[in-house]
Design a binder for this molecule. Sequence first.
Ligand code: C2O
Ligand code: CU
Ligand code: CU
Length: 479
Amino acid sequence: HVYTDYFFNESAYDYHDGGYVPLEKHDAPESKLNIPEVLKPDKVDGNDVWYTVEAQTGETQILPGEKTKTWGYNQSLLGKTIIYEDGKNYHVTLKNSLPELTTYHWHGLDVPGPYIDGGCHAPVYPGEAKEIEFPVHQPAATTWLHAHPCPLTGWDVWHGLACAVVVKDQHEATLPLPRNYGVDDIPVILQDRRFDEHNQWNYDDDYDPDGTEGPTALINGTVNPYFDVTTQKLRLRFLDGSNRREWRLHLSDDMVMTQIASDGGLLPEPVYLTKLMMTCAERTEVVLDFGKYKPGDEVTLYSDDTPILKFKIHEFAKDNTEIPDHLADMDYPDPDKDSLVHQVVMSGTDEEVEFNGKKFGMMRIDDRQELGKSEYWDITNTNDCCGGMIHPYHSHGGQFMVVSRNGEAPYPNERGYKDTIGVNAGETVRVKMKFNHPGIFMYHCHIIEHEDGGMMAQLQVYTKDDPYKKYKLMDMKTL
Ligand code: C2O
Ligand code: CU
Ligand code: CU
């Protein structure tokens, strides 16, 4: 079965919001899609691996003419791709060479909060370097790293502080899927910016409390990119790294995408679709099969009607491998019958956004959940203004599973592990969530300006032996 329409309700698309900026094709010439290099470890010793992630300023040649002032991790824009292996232990030095404080948030990694997780309680000040250590224990997935200093996450990410973090495991490695990084397995980081006449980005000019956008698609930091296809099958690891934009992806000839993974790893079975909508911070992995194309052909990826990435087909060897009907076993406990249901209500637009009727308080713990216990979370988008918007809900502290949307089955492509879920206006999405590490974790709308504007809360994951453990939390004032 091939799904030929988006799963989300059109009535809630964020383009109905007054501030929406449609994509437009930039008149710059096409250029080769930037494929970030893989970050090299500083040192490997048995099961232990050391990395350095340096946040830095720089200049990037994105358009012809003047370079753009940008920020990145270990490079001038975005970052080198970090590869973690399930079962290994990592020591990461977080170095801040920016002129201001930042944090390093591992979005989708199952690590303890609030310091290793890198939310707003884990600042690294300019000129400082801090080492964190954590084991990686989770299924193969496309996760990501981005800055998270509250309330300046939007500012940091807009400047370029985001990169792909790929987790590998032994199960995924046995499946017949493309995994030759840069050749048949590539990250596709979807962002949008506005370039001024000097090719610069001006966050403050473009700022919108409902999410900052620009008309130009920026894919892995490239404008009007093309990718040279040299294999019949190509795995794309899409990451919606935009501050606010939803991407409605489809290909020329209505080419079918085989979705194999969502945020937290492989889906139980592949989902075949011609239209794929992604909300902020979500990841999807799809495999494209260029079997019916010949050298010289081109396939174009669009978001709405704007071309955003071109695939140029070259000679390739025939590939008869088939994607298995079963990709992974989902293993997630159900909550106990009588366990409480956590409530999250996302309401408002612009400066009025709220979470359970409040703005985020850095020193306030809004909810609590016991370590290792699965519980339901009901996430409601009240749709109380202007046709409403989709709010992409995200929880730190691991992965959840979607149970229902307004009591109905989840969409076919959200039956795997998720950490971010688009909630339609007027809808309640029920998820079940279990935390595997204690700590303080944020949960919020991932339209980054909503998050910065206070559409966020935090919970304490506690252990029975120290249920009210105190953590040193940052106050906005101490920033
Ligand atoms: Cu992607 Cu709280 O973050
Ligand atoms: Cu996160
Ligand atoms: Cu929102």
